[in-house]
Design a protein around this ligand. Structure first.
Ligand SMILES: [Mn+2]
Length: 324
């Protein structure tokens, strides 16, 4: 932490970046830290390659996040947030690795410790929590905009203070952020009570694809490129969709089969799918993912596969035998 503080004090031009398809923590941690650095008169640039989910558009300063990092040579410091490895930032990982000081701030157990400096805390509920601790050390007055960013990051990654990473520390920091001006109702209203008509249309199509294994323990949901174009939704709107399949009564494992853009090969009948797996904790889905060449954790894993849809479903359902 001390080394990182020294480096931040020395820095002049800072690029802040987080993972593609960002969630509330990736966005909140980045904005919170960047706004703090600006009070220290640092030049900061926010960068994320993906379109940002509409539900986070209420965050002060979110409009400052650009989809292009600009001229890489101008930065002396890069801060990479909420990324277990540098490739998670997307197409610019190679370019960003050339910035003289790369600071890696994250809370994933699987962090590869890339970069020149690391601030990794796997016990932190969110990267935003680590950012808060860094800002406190810098003795910066937390503004309302910073408070909203950090609060939103913690709220998003704890599933609104429901997941197992909901610690006293997560509440303590959130409490402080609320005192500093973040209004919980405003955040909840935007994140949970605002839904675009296009997303409703997508959900209708998606729910229609849900299939259950004979014993009811395994659910499969399918998302194709045709459904995205027919509903007018962007990939940025996909976060958390798999949870609908997981919440079904008696389901232990849920799979979301997502057909990749340009996933078809000429002359082949199949398509390229990303398969996300979630379990209720009673089944280790990382084993299932590993059998397909993927990986992950006990209750969340994934893999890439090229197959036809009926073929893929058959393989997955055959694995589900004996779940109950
Ligand atoms: Mn996170």
């Amino acid at each position: 932490m001390e080394q990182i503080l020294d480096q931040l004090i020395k820095s002049k031009q800072v690029l802040l970046v987080s993972h593609i398809n960002p969630d509330g923590d990736a966005i909140g941690a980045m904005l919170g830290l960047g706004l703090a650095l600006e009070t220290m008169k640092k030049k900061v640039q926010f960068f994320n390659q993906s379109p940002l989910p509409a539900v986070y558009q209420f965050l002060p300063s979110i409009h400052r996040i650009k989809r292009d990092p600009g001229d890489i040579k101008t930065y002396d410091t890069a801060i990479v947030l909420d990324c277990s490895d540098l490739q998670r930032i997307g197409d610019f990982s190679e370019a960003v690795s050339k910035i003289p000081s790369v600071i890696n701030i994250d809370h994933h157990v699987t962090n590869t410790r890339f970069g020149n400096y690391q601030l990794i805390d796997a016990k932190a509920s969110a990267t935003a929590e680590i950012v808060y601790k860094l800002i406190s050390k810098m003795e910066i007055q937390i503004t309302m905009a910073m408070a909203y960013s950090i609060y939103t990051g913690i709220m998003a990654d704890t599933g609104s203070f429901r997941f197992s990473n909901t610690t006293p520390e997560a509440f303590r920091i959130s409490h402080e952020m609320v005192l500093a001006g973040a209004d919980p109702h405003t955040v909840a209203h935007h994140v949970y009570e605002t839904i675009s008509l296009n997303r409703i249309k997508l959900l209708t199509m998606l729910f229609d694809t849900i299939e259950l294994s004979e014993d009811g323990a395994f659910s499969i949901m399918t998302l194709t490129q045709n459904m995205l174009s027919a509903s007018g939704t962007e990939i940025a709107d996909l976060n958390g969709l798999i949870n609908y399949a997981k919440r079904i009564e008696n389901v232990k494992v849920a799979a979301l089969l997502y057909e990749r853009r340009n996933g078809k090969k000429p002359g082949h009948t199949g398509s390229h799918y990303h398969v996300s797996l979630r379990s209720d904790g009673s089944v280790n889905v990382s084993n299932i993912a590993a059998s397909f060449g993927g990986g992950g954790h006990i209750s969340a894993a994934g893999f890439e596969v090229y197959a036809t849809l009926p073929e893929l479903k058959k393989r997955l359902f055959s694995l589900s035998i004996g779940l109950r």
